[in-house]
Design a protein around this ligand. Structure first.
Ligand code: NAP
Length: 302
């Protein structure tokens, strides 16, 4: 293997330790801690597992954490009223509504009801606009793209003037990370290209990339001959390609694969993220960072 492995699992621990230290300092000096509420409607098993991971992480950091579990038949009106209650609650700095919501509830309407200054997921149109403007306007960069940028920066990869190619243009990964990398400033200032299913020659674009960010959701889409020797390859894809029995628990678990042919790519790239253990662990970490950042904005110390 020639590429340096960028491990999200290690970077996560670094960032969580930094957050924990800041939380302790603010608590000591100002007597407050970041507050995060997670609203879960119904008991979708995948949602329960995501919410549990978020709550456990928030608790481990000393946050004020509220888990608000609601029945599956909660009306849209009652959900909007609940959001309004947390919008007004001074002890809450971040509001998360776990998706998907039950049928009949308008997700867009619900997410747009969250106070943009408590929208720690960064998906409210106000925060999308702030991200587009960049600089000090940005309050909550969306968590997965923010995690990707942290990984690139902490690995010591030069972004200034770098050719960045992003495969995928979703609102949660492709578009925001492309936007973040083109901003003028540290950890960005790159020349950015976004490619998608209508792109004529995907391979030639990828081959130009000093930093290749792949978020397509297609296992092994990126072939080793598409990678520029020495490039930094960030594989966001998480694809379930089968099942296996876990050696630890004896239970069936999913076999996960990224969007990049990892075994071949690691012989050509300079840096590469694994799947699992790469970008995945960064998302909840950055959610915690955004919640702390929300409190710091409120205190005027951001
Ligand atoms: P998405 O909404 O399905 O978007 C996929 C994008 O990739 C689309 O823009 C699509 O192009 C493009 N694309 C798909 N196949 C392509 C191909 N053959 N050639 C070129 N472009 C192609 O997916 P997403 O939500 O961004 O997620 C992407 C992947 O990242 C998924 O595997 C997801 O599970 C993973 N993910 C991981 C994390 C995490 O680790 N924390 C977070 C979010 C997502 P069109 O627009 O032309 O259709």
């Amino acid at each position: 293997m020639t590429a340096k492995l960028i491990k999200g699992t290690d970077i996560r621990e670094e960032i969580l330790a930094e957050i924990r230290a800041e939380v302790e300092k603010i608590k000591k000096e100002r007597g407050v801690v970041p507050g995060l509420v997670t609203i879960l409607v119904g008991m979708n098993p995948a949602s329960v597992s995501y919410v549990t991971a978020k709550i456990e992480t928030a608790k481990s950091l000393g946050f004020h954490e509220v888990q608000d579990s609601q029945p599956p038949d909660l009306s849209e009106k009652d959900l909007l009223a609940l959001i309004e209650k947390y919008n007004k609650d001074d002890t809450i700095h971040g509001i998360l509504v776990q998706l998907p919501l039950p049928k009949g509830v308008n997700e867009k309407k619900v997410l747009n009801a969250i106070d943009p200054d408590k929208d720690v997921d960064g998906f409210h149109p106000v925060n999308v606009g702030r991200l587009m403007i960049g600089g000090s306007e940005v309050k909550f960069p969306p968590c997965t793209p923010a995690g990707i940028q942290e990984m690139i920066v902490r690995a010591g990869v030069e972004t200034n003037g770098a050719e960045v190619v992003v495969v995928g243009r979703s609102n949660i990964v492709g578009k925001p990370i492309a936007n973040m990398m083109l901003q003028k400033g540290k950890g960005a200032n790159s020349t950015v290209t976004i490619v998608h299913t209508a792109t004529k020659d995907l391979a030639s674009h990828c081959r130009r990339a000093d930093i290749l960010i792949v978020a397509a959701g297609v296992p092994d889409l990126v072939k080793p001959q598409w990678i520029k020797p020495g490039a930094c390859v960030i594989d966001v894809g998480v694809n379930r390609v089968g099942e296996k029995v876990s050696e630890k628990t004896g239970k069936k678990v999913a076999i996960l694969k990224g969007d990049v042919d990892f075994d071949a790519a690691k012989e050509i790239a300079g840096y590469i993220t694994p799947v699992p253990g790469g970008v995945g662990p960064m998302t909840i970490t950055m959610l915690m960072k955004n919640t702390l950042s929300s409190l710091k904005h409120k205190l005027g110390i951001a």
